[in-house]
Design a protein around this ligand. Sequence first.
Ligand code: SAM
Length: 354
Amino acid sequence: MRTLTLGMPRLRAALDDDVAAAVGAPLVDRFGRVHRDLRISLTDRCSLRCTYCMPEQGNVWLPNDRILTIDEIERVARVAAADGITTFRLTGGEPLLRRDIVDVVRRLAAIEGPAGPVELAMTTNGIRLPEVLPDLVEAGLTRLNISIDTIRRDRFADLTRRDRLDDVLAGIAAAAASGLRPLKLNAVAMRGVNDDELVDLVAFAMAHDAQLRFIEQMPLDAGHTWDRARMVTREEILAALRERWTLTEVPGRGGAPAERWTIDGGPHTVGVIASVTAPFCGDCDRLRLTADGQLRNCLFSTSEFDLVPVLRGGGDDEDIDRMLRRCVARKLPGHAIDDPGFLQPARGMNAIGG
Ligand code: SAM
Protein backbone atom coordinates (compact mmCIF):
# COMPACT_ATOMS: atom_id res chain seq x y z
CA MET A 1 0.00 0.00 0.00
CA ARG A 2 1.12 3.55 -0.63
CA THR A 3 2.33 5.45 2.45
CA LEU A 4 0.11 8.34 3.37
CA THR A 5 1.75 11.70 3.64
CA LEU A 6 -1.26 13.50 5.07
CA GLY A 7 -3.37 11.89 7.80
CA MET A 8 -7.10 11.58 7.08
CA PRO A 9 -8.16 14.39 9.48
CA ARG A 10 -5.77 16.86 7.81
CA LEU A 11 -6.70 15.70 4.33
CA ARG A 12 -10.39 16.03 5.21
CA ALA A 13 -9.87 19.57 6.52
CA ALA A 14 -7.98 20.51 3.34
CA LEU A 15 -10.72 19.07 1.15
CA ASP A 16 -13.44 20.73 3.19
CA ASP A 17 -11.83 24.13 2.73
CA ASP A 18 -12.04 23.49 -0.96
CA VAL A 19 -15.48 21.95 -1.55
CA ALA A 20 -18.22 20.90 0.82
CA ALA A 21 -19.42 17.32 0.81
CA ALA A 22 -22.91 16.87 -0.64
CA VAL A 23 -23.48 13.14 -1.12
CA GLY A 24 -26.59 12.73 -3.29
CA ALA A 25 -26.28 16.05 -5.12
CA PRO A 26 -25.41 16.11 -8.86
CA LEU A 27 -21.81 16.65 -9.93
CA VAL A 28 -22.05 19.98 -11.76
CA ASP A 29 -18.95 21.88 -12.90
CA ARG A 30 -18.34 25.63 -13.30
CA PHE A 31 -19.79 25.53 -16.80
CA GLY A 32 -23.02 23.80 -15.82
CA ARG A 33 -22.02 20.38 -17.17
CA VAL A 34 -23.71 17.62 -15.16
CA HIS A 35 -21.57 14.50 -14.87
CA ARG A 36 -23.29 11.18 -15.56
CA ASP A 37 -20.56 8.91 -16.90
CA LEU A 38 -17.62 7.40 -14.99
CA ARG A 39 -14.93 5.51 -16.94
CA ILE A 40 -13.27 3.04 -14.62
CA SER A 41 -9.89 1.69 -15.67
CA LEU A 42 -9.30 -1.74 -14.16
CA THR A 43 -5.67 -2.26 -15.18
CA ASP A 44 -2.94 -0.65 -17.26
CA ARG A 45 -1.94 -4.04 -18.73
CA CYS A 46 -3.00 -5.12 -22.17
CA SER A 47 -2.78 -8.19 -24.37
CA LEU A 48 -2.01 -6.01 -27.41
CA ARG A 49 0.57 -3.27 -28.01
CA CYS A 50 -1.18 -0.92 -30.43
CA THR A 51 1.44 1.41 -31.85
CA TYR A 52 -0.67 4.54 -31.25
CA CYS A 53 -1.28 3.65 -27.60
CA MET A 54 1.61 1.77 -26.00
CA PRO A 55 5.33 1.29 -26.54
CA GLU A 56 6.47 -2.15 -27.66
CA GLN A 57 8.78 -2.51 -24.70
CA GLY A 58 9.84 -0.55 -21.67
CA ASN A 59 6.40 -0.10 -20.17
CA VAL A 60 6.56 0.72 -16.50
CA TRP A 61 3.55 -1.12 -15.12
CA LEU A 62 1.65 -0.05 -12.06
CA PRO A 63 2.69 -2.25 -9.13
CA ASN A 64 -0.05 -4.67 -8.06
CA ASP A 65 -0.47 -3.09 -4.64
CA ARG A 66 -1.24 0.24 -6.28
CA ILE A 67 -4.17 -1.18 -8.28
CA LEU A 68 -7.52 -0.53 -6.63
CA THR A 69 -9.19 -3.60 -5.16
CA ILE A 70 -12.71 -4.63 -6.04
CA ASP A 71 -13.92 -3.24 -2.67
CA GLU A 72 -12.26 0.11 -3.30
CA ILE A 73 -13.70 0.39 -6.81
CA GLU A 74 -17.16 -0.46 -5.51
CA ARG A 75 -16.93 2.17 -2.76
CA VAL A 76 -16.09 4.93 -5.23
CA ALA A 77 -18.74 3.72 -7.66
CA ARG A 78 -21.46 3.73 -4.98
CA VAL A 79 -20.77 7.33 -4.02
CA ALA A 80 -20.54 8.35 -7.68
CA ALA A 81 -23.92 6.71 -8.39
CA ALA A 82 -25.47 8.50 -5.41
CA ASP A 83 -24.13 11.72 -6.95
CA GLY A 84 -25.92 11.07 -10.23
CA ILE A 85 -23.47 8.98 -12.26
CA THR A 86 -25.70 6.70 -14.32
CA THR A 87 -23.16 4.85 -16.49
CA PHE A 88 -19.98 3.05 -15.55
CA ARG A 89 -17.71 2.06 -18.42
CA LEU A 90 -15.02 -0.48 -17.59
CA THR A 91 -11.82 -0.02 -19.55
CA GLY A 92 -8.05 -0.18 -19.27
CA GLY A 93 -5.53 -1.40 -20.45
CA GLU A 94 -7.55 -4.47 -21.20
CA PRO A 95 -10.32 -4.88 -18.61
CA LEU A 96 -10.75 -8.60 -19.35
CA LEU A 97 -7.22 -9.24 -18.09
CA ARG A 98 -8.43 -8.54 -14.61
CA ARG A 99 -8.89 -11.93 -12.88
CA ASP A 100 -11.90 -10.78 -10.83
CA ILE A 101 -13.62 -9.18 -13.84
CA VAL A 102 -16.89 -11.10 -13.44
CA ASP A 103 -17.10 -10.13 -9.77
CA VAL A 104 -16.30 -6.50 -10.60
CA VAL A 105 -19.17 -6.51 -13.09
CA ARG A 106 -21.53 -8.19 -10.62
CA ARG A 107 -20.76 -5.72 -7.84
CA LEU A 108 -21.02 -2.62 -10.02
CA ALA A 109 -24.13 -3.78 -11.89
CA ALA A 110 -25.95 -4.13 -8.56
CA ILE A 111 -25.50 -0.42 -7.74
CA GLU A 112 -28.54 1.81 -7.93
CA GLY A 113 -28.53 5.60 -8.08
CA PRO A 114 -31.43 8.01 -7.57
CA ALA A 115 -32.64 7.22 -11.11
CA GLY A 116 -32.46 3.44 -10.69
CA PRO A 117 -29.90 0.78 -11.67
CA VAL A 118 -26.73 1.96 -13.38
CA GLU A 119 -25.77 1.02 -16.90
CA LEU A 120 -22.59 -1.04 -17.01
CA ALA A 121 -20.62 -0.96 -20.25
CA MET A 122 -17.17 -2.21 -21.21
CA THR A 123 -14.58 -1.25 -23.82
CA THR A 124 -12.41 -4.25 -24.70
CA ASN A 125 -10.19 -5.69 -27.39
CA GLY A 126 -12.51 -8.72 -27.29
CA ILE A 127 -9.79 -11.34 -26.98
CA ARG A 128 -11.18 -13.05 -23.86
CA LEU A 129 -14.85 -12.56 -24.72
CA PRO A 130 -15.62 -16.08 -26.02
CA GLU A 131 -14.50 -17.40 -22.63
CA VAL A 132 -16.15 -14.91 -20.30
CA LEU A 133 -19.03 -13.20 -22.08
CA PRO A 134 -21.82 -15.49 -20.79
CA ASP A 135 -20.66 -14.90 -17.21
CA LEU A 136 -20.37 -11.14 -17.79
CA VAL A 137 -23.91 -10.97 -19.16
CA GLU A 138 -25.22 -13.06 -16.29
CA ALA A 139 -23.38 -10.74 -13.87
CA GLY A 140 -25.13 -7.70 -15.33
CA LEU A 141 -23.00 -6.23 -18.14
CA THR A 142 -25.32 -4.18 -20.35
CA ARG A 143 -23.20 -2.93 -23.27
CA LEU A 144 -20.00 -3.69 -25.15
CA ASN A 145 -17.59 -1.68 -27.31
CA ILE A 146 -14.92 -3.71 -29.06
CA SER A 147 -11.87 -2.13 -30.65
CA ILE A 148 -10.74 -3.33 -34.08
CA ASP A 149 -8.71 -1.10 -36.39
CA THR A 150 -8.21 -3.53 -39.26
CA ILE A 151 -9.58 -6.83 -40.48
CA ARG A 152 -6.42 -7.73 -42.40
CA ARG A 153 -4.22 -10.25 -40.63
CA ASP A 154 -0.75 -8.86 -41.48
CA ARG A 155 -1.83 -5.35 -40.81
CA PHE A 156 -3.37 -6.33 -37.47
CA ALA A 157 -0.13 -8.02 -36.41
CA ASP A 158 1.90 -4.94 -37.39
CA LEU A 159 -0.45 -2.48 -35.74
CA THR A 160 -0.98 -4.35 -32.47
CA ARG A 161 2.43 -6.10 -32.46
CA ARG A 162 0.52 -9.31 -31.72
CA ASP A 163 -0.84 -11.89 -34.20
CA ARG A 164 -4.26 -12.14 -32.56
CA LEU A 165 -6.79 -11.08 -35.17
CA ASP A 166 -8.53 -14.48 -34.99
CA ASP A 167 -9.07 -14.07 -31.25
CA VAL A 168 -10.54 -10.61 -31.71
CA LEU A 169 -12.82 -11.86 -34.50
CA ALA A 170 -13.99 -14.70 -32.24
CA GLY A 171 -14.71 -12.13 -29.54
CA ILE A 172 -16.76 -10.02 -31.94
CA ALA A 173 -18.67 -13.11 -33.09
CA ALA A 174 -19.45 -13.96 -29.45
CA ALA A 175 -20.65 -10.41 -28.82
CA ALA A 176 -22.79 -10.46 -31.96
CA ALA A 177 -24.38 -13.73 -30.84
CA SER A 178 -25.13 -12.28 -27.40
CA GLY A 179 -28.14 -10.12 -26.71
CA LEU A 180 -26.05 -7.05 -25.89
CA ARG A 181 -27.15 -4.18 -28.13
CA PRO A 182 -26.22 -1.71 -29.42
CA LEU A 183 -22.90 -3.43 -30.13
CA LYS A 184 -20.23 -0.92 -31.08
CA LEU A 185 -16.90 -1.48 -32.82
CA ASN A 186 -14.23 1.22 -32.45
CA ALA A 187 -11.55 1.90 -35.03
CA VAL A 188 -8.89 4.61 -34.92
CA ALA A 189 -8.49 5.93 -38.47
CA MET A 190 -4.82 6.23 -39.39
CA ARG A 191 -3.19 7.58 -42.53
CA GLY A 192 -1.22 5.03 -44.45
CA VAL A 193 -2.24 2.35 -41.96
CA ASN A 194 -5.95 1.61 -42.35
CA ASP A 195 -7.41 4.59 -44.22
CA ASP A 196 -7.96 2.38 -47.29
CA GLU A 197 -10.12 0.07 -45.18
CA LEU A 198 -12.79 2.41 -43.84
CA VAL A 199 -15.59 1.08 -46.05
CA ASP A 200 -14.57 -2.54 -45.36
CA LEU A 201 -14.66 -1.92 -41.61
CA VAL A 202 -18.17 -0.48 -41.81
CA ALA A 203 -19.35 -3.41 -43.96
CA PHE A 204 -17.78 -5.82 -41.46
CA ALA A 205 -19.62 -4.11 -38.59
CA MET A 206 -22.94 -4.21 -40.43
CA ALA A 207 -22.49 -7.95 -41.06
CA HIS A 208 -22.21 -8.35 -37.27
CA ASP A 209 -25.20 -6.13 -36.49
CA ALA A 210 -22.80 -3.65 -34.96
CA GLN A 211 -22.17 0.08 -35.30
CA LEU A 212 -18.68 1.07 -36.46
CA ARG A 213 -17.36 4.20 -34.79
CA PHE A 214 -14.26 5.83 -36.20
CA ILE A 215 -12.09 7.68 -33.71
CA GLU A 216 -9.80 10.52 -34.75
CA GLN A 217 -6.35 9.70 -33.49
CA MET A 218 -5.49 11.72 -30.40
CA PRO A 219 -2.14 12.81 -28.92
CA LEU A 220 -2.08 10.08 -26.30
CA ASP A 221 0.55 7.72 -27.70
CA ALA A 222 3.40 6.61 -25.48
CA GLY A 223 5.98 7.64 -28.08
CA HIS A 224 4.59 11.21 -28.38
CA THR A 225 4.74 10.90 -32.18
CA TRP A 226 1.21 12.20 -32.88
CA ASP A 227 1.11 14.70 -35.70
CA ARG A 228 -2.02 16.74 -36.35
CA ALA A 229 -1.10 17.18 -40.01
CA ARG A 230 -1.06 13.39 -40.52
CA MET A 231 -4.21 12.41 -38.67
CA VAL A 232 -7.26 11.29 -40.65
CA THR A 233 -10.02 13.81 -40.02
CA ARG A 234 -13.78 13.42 -39.61
CA GLU A 235 -14.26 15.09 -43.01
CA GLU A 236 -11.94 12.62 -44.73
CA ILE A 237 -13.68 9.67 -43.07
CA LEU A 238 -17.11 10.90 -44.15
CA ALA A 239 -15.90 11.60 -47.70
CA ALA A 240 -14.55 8.05 -48.02
CA LEU A 241 -17.80 6.52 -46.75
CA ARG A 242 -19.95 8.77 -48.96
CA GLU A 243 -18.28 7.29 -52.02
CA ARG A 244 -20.07 4.05 -51.16
CA TRP A 245 -23.19 5.02 -49.17
CA THR A 246 -25.64 7.83 -48.56
CA LEU A 247 -25.13 9.08 -45.01
CA THR A 248 -27.85 10.97 -43.17
CA GLU A 249 -27.06 12.65 -39.88
CA VAL A 250 -28.91 11.27 -36.85
CA PRO A 251 -30.06 14.18 -34.66
CA GLY A 252 -30.11 14.20 -30.84
CA ARG A 253 -26.51 13.38 -30.00
CA GLY A 254 -26.75 14.73 -26.41
CA GLY A 255 -23.49 14.23 -24.50
CA ALA A 256 -22.40 11.23 -26.63
CA PRO A 257 -18.87 11.41 -28.05
CA ALA A 258 -19.92 10.02 -31.44
CA GLU A 259 -21.86 11.85 -34.12
CA ARG A 260 -23.92 9.30 -36.05
CA TRP A 261 -25.21 8.86 -39.57
CA THR A 262 -27.65 6.31 -40.97
CA ILE A 263 -26.26 4.24 -43.85
CA ASP A 264 -28.47 4.28 -46.94
CA GLY A 265 -31.47 5.25 -44.82
CA GLY A 266 -30.78 2.73 -42.03
CA PRO A 267 -31.24 0.72 -39.94
CA HIS A 268 -27.42 0.55 -39.75
CA THR A 269 -25.51 3.57 -38.55
CA VAL A 270 -21.89 4.68 -38.47
CA GLY A 271 -20.34 7.04 -35.94
CA VAL A 272 -17.36 9.40 -35.85
CA ILE A 273 -15.69 10.54 -32.65
CA ALA A 274 -14.00 13.73 -33.82
CA SER A 275 -12.22 14.68 -30.61
CA VAL A 276 -9.60 16.68 -32.49
CA THR A 277 -11.34 18.48 -35.38
CA ALA A 278 -14.83 18.83 -33.84
CA PRO A 279 -14.39 18.62 -30.06
CA PHE A 280 -17.49 18.03 -27.98
CA CYS A 281 -16.11 19.25 -24.65
CA GLY A 282 -19.06 21.62 -24.15
CA ASP A 283 -21.30 18.59 -23.59
CA CYS A 284 -18.78 16.40 -21.79
CA ASP A 285 -20.34 14.53 -18.87
CA ARG A 286 -17.42 12.16 -18.22
CA LEU A 287 -15.05 11.55 -15.35
CA ARG A 288 -12.32 8.94 -15.15
CA LEU A 289 -10.94 6.75 -12.40
CA THR A 290 -7.53 5.26 -13.16
CA ALA A 291 -6.58 1.76 -12.05
CA ASP A 292 -4.39 3.29 -9.33
CA GLY A 293 -7.14 5.43 -7.86
CA GLN A 294 -6.65 8.81 -9.53
CA LEU A 295 -9.69 10.79 -10.55
CA ARG A 296 -9.35 12.69 -13.84
CA ASN A 297 -11.78 15.17 -15.33
CA CYS A 298 -10.47 14.90 -18.91
CA LEU A 299 -8.48 12.47 -21.05
CA PHE A 300 -5.98 15.26 -21.56
CA SER A 301 -5.78 16.73 -18.08
CA THR A 302 -2.34 17.03 -16.60
CA SER A 303 -3.60 16.93 -13.00
CA GLU A 304 -5.20 14.07 -11.07
CA PHE A 305 -7.10 13.79 -7.80
CA ASP A 306 -5.75 11.05 -5.60
CA LEU A 307 -8.39 8.90 -3.90
CA VAL A 308 -5.87 6.49 -2.39
CA PRO A 309 -5.30 8.40 0.86
CA VAL A 310 -9.07 8.55 1.30
CA LEU A 311 -9.66 4.88 0.45
CA ARG A 312 -6.70 3.51 2.40
CA GLY A 313 -6.48 6.09 5.16
CA GLY A 314 -9.86 5.66 6.80
CA GLY A 315 -11.86 8.18 4.76
CA ASP A 316 -15.65 7.88 4.58
CA ASP A 317 -18.20 8.36 1.79
CA GLU A 318 -18.24 12.12 2.36
CA ASP A 319 -14.49 12.22 1.74
CA ILE A 320 -14.90 10.32 -1.54
CA ASP A 321 -17.70 12.70 -2.48
CA ARG A 322 -15.51 15.73 -1.70
CA MET A 323 -12.76 14.38 -3.95
CA LEU A 324 -15.26 13.82 -6.79
CA ARG A 325 -16.53 17.40 -6.38
CA ARG A 326 -13.01 18.78 -6.24
CA CYS A 327 -12.16 17.01 -9.49
CA VAL A 328 -15.35 18.28 -11.17
CA ALA A 329 -14.83 21.84 -9.88
CA ARG A 330 -11.40 21.98 -11.56
CA LYS A 331 -12.61 20.81 -14.97
CA LEU A 332 -11.56 23.15 -17.78
CA PRO A 333 -13.93 24.22 -20.57
CA GLY A 334 -12.08 22.14 -23.17
CA HIS A 335 -9.16 19.83 -23.84
CA ALA A 336 -7.12 22.59 -25.51
CA ILE A 337 -5.38 20.28 -28.01
CA ASP A 338 -5.18 23.25 -30.37
CA ASP A 339 -3.65 25.66 -27.85
CA PRO A 340 0.00 26.49 -28.49
CA GLY A 341 0.80 25.53 -24.89
CA PHE A 342 -0.91 22.10 -25.09
CA LEU A 343 0.97 19.45 -23.16
CA GLN A 344 0.34 15.77 -23.78
CA PRO A 345 -0.50 14.01 -20.49
CA ALA A 346 2.36 12.06 -18.96
CA ARG A 347 0.36 8.81 -18.94
CA GLY A 348 -0.38 6.94 -22.14
CA MET A 349 -3.96 5.98 -23.02
CA ASN A 350 -3.53 2.49 -21.53
CA ALA A 351 -2.74 3.98 -18.11
CA ILE A 352 -5.46 6.66 -18.25
CA GLY A 353 -8.24 4.36 -19.40
CA GLY A 354 -9.58 4.91 -22.91
N1 SAM B 1 -8.18 -2.56 -24.31
C1 SAM B 1 -9.47 -1.98 -24.52
C2 SAM B 1 -9.73 -1.78 -25.99
O1 SAM B 1 -8.91 -2.22 -26.81
O2 SAM B 1 -10.77 -1.22 -26.34
C3 SAM B 1 -9.76 -0.71 -23.74
C4 SAM B 1 -8.68 0.31 -23.64
S1 SAM B 1 -8.25 1.13 -25.14
C5 SAM B 1 -7.08 2.32 -24.53
C6 SAM B 1 -9.73 2.06 -25.44
C7 SAM B 1 -9.84 2.74 -26.78
O3 SAM B 1 -8.89 3.78 -26.84
C8 SAM B 1 -9.58 1.84 -27.96
O4 SAM B 1 -10.68 1.89 -28.84
C9 SAM B 1 -8.36 2.45 -28.60
O5 SAM B 1 -8.36 2.32 -29.99
C10 SAM B 1 -8.49 3.90 -28.19
N2 SAM B 1 -7.22 4.63 -28.25
C11 SAM B 1 -6.05 4.33 -27.68
N3 SAM B 1 -5.11 5.25 -27.99
C12 SAM B 1 -5.72 6.17 -28.77
C13 SAM B 1 -5.29 7.37 -29.41
N4 SAM B 1 -4.04 7.80 -29.33
N5 SAM B 1 -6.20 8.06 -30.13
C14 SAM B 1 -7.48 7.63 -30.24
N6 SAM B 1 -7.93 6.52 -29.65
C15 SAM B 1 -7.07 5.79 -28.94
